[in-house]
Design a protein. Structure first.
Length: 397
C-alpha cells in the first residue's frame, strides 16, 4: 500500500511538473510570437499536443521509476507506451501543419497575379493530406508492433509481402489510381485550387483538390464532385492555367444591310465605357453570311472569367439595342418567293438540262484537273472497277 501511494504521489507530481513546464514554454513562445509569425502559429497549434505528450511521458517515467509491483502493472505500462506514441504522432503532425501554414502565408491568393500562390497552395494541401495519412499509418504500425503477438506475425507477413502487395494492389486499384492521379495533378500544374475549368459541360472553379476527388464549384453554387483520375484521363478546359485573363465572344444575327462599321464603333464605345473590359481585345467580325443573314461576332477580353461573362452579356445587350433603335431595317429578315401570288412570276421549270454539270468548274470528283485522282483517293482503288463475271462462282459470262 505504501509503494502504491508513493507511486500515485510521484505520478501527480510528475504530471503537475510537466503541465507547469509546458505552460511556461507556451507563455514564452506567445511573447516571442508577437514578433514572429512562425512562433505565434506554433504556440496556437502545438500547445495541446505538446501538453499531452509531456504529461503522458512524465506519468510513464513516474510509474516505471516509483511504482512497485501491482496487479496489471504491465498492462498499464503498455497503455502508457501506446499513449506516448499517439501523443508524439499528434505533436509531429501539428508541427508539420504549422510549417505548411507558414509556407502558405507568404503567398496570397486574393491578388490579381496569384498563379504561383495557387500552385503552391495546391501542392501544400496535397502534401498535407499525404503527411497526415503517412503519420496515421506509421503510428498505427508502431502501436501494433508493441504487441508481442503482432511482432511474431510480422516476420511471416514480411516473408509473404510480395503476394500481399499484389493482392492489395488489385483490390485497391481504383483507389490507388485516384491517389496517384491526385499527386500528379498537384505537381503537374494541370489544375490548381481556384482554377476556372469547364468539365462535363459545366463552368466552375476548383474548390478543393484531395487525393481521391476534386470538388468543382459550379457558377450557380452547385458542387460537381469528380474523381481525381478524371482529370488525368479525360480532356477538360482550364481557363486560368497560365493567367486569369480570358477572351469571350458575343454573337448576333442581322440583315445584310447592317452597317458593320457603325456596329464596330458602338462595340468600342461599350468596351471603353465599362470597368469589365481589361483593354486588350475589342474586335467585331463577320463570321458567317448564309441564310439571308450575316452573323457578327464580338470578341472581347476581361481580367477573369466572371467579368468576362458579364461583359459578354453587356455587349450583346447593347448591340441588339443599338440595331433596334437606330437601324431597324437591319433586323433579321425572312425572304420568300410566293409563286402564284398576284403579280408574282409563275413557276419555272428548274430541271437540269442533259448537259448540266458538264462545265469544267462544276465538278470536284471528276472532270478536268485532279478530279479523277481525288475520286480514286476517296472511293478506293477498286470502287470504279466492275466485277469480273468469270471470277464469280456460279455465274457465266
Amino acid at each position: 500500500m505504501t509503494s502504491l501511494l508513493t507511486a500515485l504521489v510521484a505520478i501527480v507530481i510528475a504530471a503537475a511538473a510537466a503541465i507547469v513546464l509546458v505552460e511556461v514554454v507556451h507563455r514564452v513562445v506567445q511573447r516571442l510570437g508577437r514578433r514572429s509569425e512562425l512562433l505565434r502559429d506554433l504556440g496556437a497549434t502545438a500547445h495541446r499536443p505538446f501538453l499531452a505528450t509531456a504529461v503522458v511521458f512524465a506519468v510513464q517515467v513516474a510509474v516505471r521509476g516509483f511504482a512497485g509491483p501491482f496487479p496489471g502493472r504491465e498492462w498499464v505500462l503498455h497503455l502508457l507506451v501506446i499513449l506516448v506514441i499517439a501523443s508524439v504522432a499528434w505533436l509531429v503532425g501539428a508541427l508539420m501543419l504549422v510549417l505548411e501554414d507558414v509556407a502558405l502565408s507568404k503567398w496570397r491568393v486574393d491578388v490579381p497575379d496569384n498563379l504561383k500562390a495557387r500552385r503552391l497552395k495546391t501542392q501544400v494541401q496535397m502534401l498535407r493530406r499525404v503527411t497526415v495519412a503517412a503519420i496515421v499509418v506509421l503510428t498505427i504500425g508502431v502501436m501494433l508492433m508493441t504487441f508481442p503477438a503482432v511482432r511474431a506475425l510480422g516476420a511471416s507477413v514480411l516473408a509473404s509481402a510480395g503476394v500481399i502487395s499484389v493482392i492489395a494492389a488489385l483490390a485497391a486499384q481504383s483507389t490507388l489510381g485516384n491517389v496517384f492521379a491526385g499527386l500528379q495533378l498537384a505537381f503537374s500544374d494541370a489544375v490548381r485550387i481556384d482554377d476556372v475549368v469547364v468539365v462535363e459541360g459545366e463552368w466552375g472553379r476548383i474548390e478543393d483538390l484531395t487525393l481521391t476527388y476534386v470538388a468543382v464549384q459550379i457558377w450557380d453554387d452547385r458542387r460537381l464532385i469528380l474523381p481525381t483520375s478524371y482529370f488525368t484521363t479525360k480532356p477538360f478546359q482550364n481557363w486560368t492555367r497560365t493567367g486569369s485573363a480570358v477572351l469571350g465572344t458575343a454573337e448576333i444575327d442581322v440583315d445584310w444591310s447592317a452597317p458593320v462599321e457603325d456596329l464596330r464603333t458602338e462595340l468600342r464605345a461599350v468596351c471603353e465605357g465599362t470597368e469589365l473590359w481589361d483593354g486588350r481585345v475589342c474586335v467585331l467580325q463577320v463570321t458567317e453570311a448564309t441564310g439571308g443573314m450575316i452573323r457578327l461576332r464580338a470578341l472581347v477580353s476581361a481580367h477573369d472569367a466572371g467579368a468576362l461573362w458579364d461583359l459578354r452579356c453587356l455587349v450583346r445587350e447593347r448591340l441588339v439595342t443599338w440595331v433596334f433603335e437606330h437601324r431597324r431595317d437591319a433586323l433579321p429578315r425572312v425572304r420568300a418567293d410566293l409563286a402564284g401570288a398576284e403579280g408574282a412570276p409563275g413557276v419555272r421549270d428548274i430541271r437540269p438540262s442533259p448537259d448540266a454539270g458538264a462545265s469544267e468548274g462544276a465538278r470536284v470528283f471528276s472532270g478536268a484537273g485532279d478530279g479523277d485522282e481525288r475520286a480514286a483517293a476517296f472511293a478506293g482503288p477498286d470502287a470504279g472497277t466492275p466485277p469480273d463475271p468469270v471470277a464469280m462462282p456460279g455465274k457465266r459470262p
